[in-house]
Design a protein around this ligand. Structure first.
Ligand code: SAM
Length: 288
């Protein structure tokens, strides 16, 4: 225990660090790191670079997905003894698709003090730059790498009236966009990459336009966040227009084909259109 930590109660500070531009570390976050007894971090090589930028030397405690269960009691013990521990991730806000949630749950459960030094976070920056509605959004983190599982995850949220924010890797961008287009319909979206860095770029367009662009241009370099607007039903065809289109299609086709044709024409999610097609088919007195 250091002399400083004897004079104060122990606490855990969740410290947001830059997502690319070192200038984004807040003065309060820098002060907190200076005053901390130790810093728990994911990759010490990355955190050392940040500390060098601040001219600091601090004991580093490694806390990542593979040793978290073993390290958690040790960190809790140190805070219980009165130490001030800072938790940082490699970039951005700790706990956001990064380790720390279980540590916070356990510490708060034990009545230990947890505070946060807010700052950069890629999903929020991408959302506010996307030009898409910000009043309601759902952060999905990384979706499954396999297409079938990813599509199932998207089906679960397709009907939500909210913007969706998710992380994706550059090599998987086009297959992810194809799944997003297929399950959610042709919604407005944005691909934000290299945020706060030299080659920062936000490309906006419909999911189909973005898919066409990256299919042609090839996978972009760098780190990526995808933002997708809410279902088009709000701005798209009214319920009556949808019903009219479906009734017409149902006279000529089976339910599945009719739903597919109308979903493609309106950009509405297939599942939503299929559900409505089943209801209308029943009202019209026919079998699916
Ligand atoms: N905790 C971080 C935060 O608050 O931003 C997110 C950590 S998550 C493990 C890493 C992912 O965040 C990357 O794969 C990428 O999708 C996104 N990301 C991080 N930095 C980014 C940047 N500068 N530009 C775009 N996306 C970024």
């Amino acid at each position: 225990m250091t002399a400083t930590s004897q004079k104060r109660d122990g606490e855990l500070g969740l410290v947001a660090t830059p997502i690319g531009n070192l200038g984004d570390l807040s003065p309060r976050a820098a002060d907190y790191l200076k005053g901390a007894d130790a810093i728990a971090c994911e990759d010490s090589r990355i955190t050392i670079r940040l500390l060098q930028h601040l001219g600091l030397k601090k004991p580093l405690l490694s806390y990542h997905d593979h040793n978290a269960d073993e390290m958690r009691p040790k960190l809790i013990e140190r805070v219980s003894r009165g130490e001030r521990i800072a938790l940082v991730s490699d970039a951005g806000t700790p706990l956001i698709s990064d380790p720390g949630f279980k540590l916070v749950r356990e510490m708060t459960g034990l009545g230990l003090k947890v505070t946060a030094l807010p700052g950069p976070s890629a999903p929020v920056m991408a959302l506010i730059l996307s030009g898409l509605p910000t009043d309601r959004f759902l952060f999905l983190g990384f979706l499954d790498a396999k297409s079938a599982a990813r599509r199932a995850e998207l089906e679960e949220v397709a009907g939500l009236r909210a913007s969706l924010v998710l992380f994706e890797t550059a090599p998987r961008l086009t297959t992810a966009l194809a799944d997003l287009r297929g399950v959610l319909g042709n919604r407005p979206a944005a691909v934000a990459r290299e945020l706060t860095k030299m080659f920062e770029e936000v490309r906006r367009g419909s999911l189909q336009e973005l898919l066409d662009h990256y299919t042609q241009a090839g996978p972009p370099k760098g780190e990526i966040v995808i933002v997708i607007g809410p279902p088009l039903a709000d701005a798209g065809p009214s319920a009556d227009t949808l019903d009219d289109a479906l009734r017409k299609a149902l006279k000529a086709m089976r339910v599945k084909e009719a739903a597919e044709a109308v979903a493609a024409a309106t950009g509405l999610p297939k599942r939503q259109v299929y559900q409505r097609a089943l209801e209308l088919k029943q009202e019209m007195g026919g079998d699916a």
